[in-house]
Design a protein around this ligand. Structure first.
Ligand code: TYD
Ligand code: MG
Length: 455
């Protein structure tokens, strides 16, 4: 792009010239001309004038419009994360680490939507058709009416889609797409952005839904799906630890449904299987109650989910103790350690702290604070919590416990899974807790005293 021309303005009369001079030619003042940053008007003579464009029809907010008809694919975990099925003309981005199972999920999704009556096209830029077919056979999906193509040239893809007008087009992956009007390599940010823009525009223009796959690296960079998040309607992340068989599909943005909804899957030899009762699954590996293990009654999206927090606290051989977290926020852990130290007088200096959420789930709720504190204390004191106990509540910097939302749902789920006691903040709305025993705590010091018998 050409550099914007320098602009010299007379400070006394305001005349603009393209050159500096000692005397303003307009008003004759000496030494008044100074350089100013050019105004950003865009290319001169190309601003949008009044007379251009067409007038848009405006309508009231009260105008009646039927809600978009959704199609459910009957993979419940997928439908729920989409907000109750696929909305026509929507653009969906599915992000995730390489090898986590995105192609598997979308192939299964494609087959399910095709069987639900949609016209589905699956475009792979990564694998040859034969590979996709082989996978479909392995998953027992070879009979599903899905149309397959292998291509990376976006122009060809759009031409094909325009001709076939599918209800759902899946593009795997956005990093392999190549728009020939953009002068950079596939996978670069400008290519990814251009391709995502073209595909999103196609969805809006024709009413087809487009699902794009995007790879994210561990630090969420390079691959660049982050730059397309604001373009699309729905952003789903497919998460999970590679070593675990559990996979979590999480909606981080959804214009047509609740964000932060999760769908839980299990990677099996025959593809992804739905997990309809995630709490039972996340707790399935829990043995006898042991020090450092605490069950947290959480809410993921619209669903209650019980997970186990595990903590290990050990004397450090280093001058700088380690703080290591998997599945939770590291800075939140630092905050809880600080509150325990300054409000309850329980020091963690000289101790390594490890915190882990069992099963590979990522918890982001502040409601897990109390469960984390309980796990840390339990590990530090080497005392297990009473068996069949769930914990939840938010901790404030003053050491007070704050009630959290949906206490009743959390308690119901805990009861359903056979828990008999709950530790939660005072002042919430536990509703009818049935025959569950509730320990209501006002602040962290009371909690420490009551549960661990120490001040
Ligand atoms: P894939 O969907 O190719 O990942 P992505 O598209 O996100 O890169 O999945 C790759 C992994 O999934 C691979 O390591 C093998 C595993 N897998 C199974 O365990 N079972 C299966 O039935 C399939 C198809 C894949
Ligand atoms: Mg893939």
């Amino acid at each position: 792009m050409a550099k914007a021309a320098a602009r010299f303005v007379c400070q006394s009369c305001g005349a603009v010239t393209s050159k500096w001079s000692g005397r303003c030619e307009a008003c004759g003042e000496w030494n008044s001309v100074a350089e100013e940053a050019p105004l950003s008007q865009g290319p001169s003579g190309k601003t949008l004038g009044q007379s251009r464009g067409r007038t848009l029809p405006l309508s009231d907010l009260s105008a009646k419009e039927a809600p978009p008809p959704r199609t459910a694919c009957r993979i419940d975990e997928l439908d729920r994360v989409l907000g109750g099925g696929l909305v026509p003309a929507s653009a969906v981005l599915v992000g995730g680490d390489p090898g986590i199972g995105k192609s598997t999920l979308l192939l299964q999704g494609a087959a399910a939507f095709a069987r639900a009556g949609l016209k589905v096209v699956y475009i792979s830029g990564e694998e040859a058709s034969a590979q996709v077919r082989l996978r479909a056979q392995r998953l027992g999906l070879q009979d599903a009416p899905v149309q397959l193509a292998t291509e990376t040239n976006l122009r060809n893809i759009l031409t094909t889609l325009d001709e076939h007008r599918p209800d759902l087009a899946i593009v795997d992956s956005i990093q392999t797409m190549w728009a020939d009007n953009v002068d950079s390599a596939p996978g670069s940010v400008s290519q990814v952005r251009a391709s995502a823009h073209e595909l999103t525009t196609f969805a809006k223009r024709t009413g087809s839904s487009v699902v794009m796959v995007g790879h994210v690296t561990k630090d969420g960079q390079i691959a660049g799906p982050r730059v397309v998040e604001h373009m699309v309607d729905t952003v789903l992340y497919f998460e999970g630890e590679r070593g675990h068989q559990f996979r979590i599909l999480r909606s981080v943005k959804n214009r047509f449904g609740p964000a932060d909804e999760i769908g839980v899957f299990e990677m099996t030899g025959g593809g992804l299987a739905e997990v309809t009762n995630p709490s039972a699954l996340f707790l399935s590996e829990r043995g006898e109650p042991s020090p450092g293990s605490v069950v947290f009654a959480g809410i993921e999206g619209t669903r209650p989910v019980l997970v186990e927090f595990q903590a290990l606290v050990a004397p450090t051989p280093h001058s700088q103790p380690r703080r290591s977290v998997v599945g939770w926020d590291g800075s939140r852990l630092a905050m809880i350690l600080a509150v325990l130290e300054s409000r309850c007088g329980i020091p963690f200096s000289g101790l390594d702290v490890y915190l882990n959420v069992a099963g590979g789930l990522r918890v982001s709720e502040p409601a897990a604070d109390l469960a984390v504190a309980a796990a840390l204390l339990s590990a530090r004191e080497d005392v297990s919590l009473p068996p069949e106990t769930v914990v939840f509540g938010e901790i404030s910097l003053s050491g007070a416990l704050r009630p959290v939302s949906q206490s009743e749902n959390r308690l119901k789920e805990a009861q359903k899974l056979g828990f008999s006691t709950a530790i939660l903040p005072k002042g919430g709305k536990p509703g009818s807790a049935g025959d569950m025993k509730l320990s209501l705590m006002g602040d962290l010091t009371t909690f420490v005293g009551d549960v661990f018998g120490a001040g």
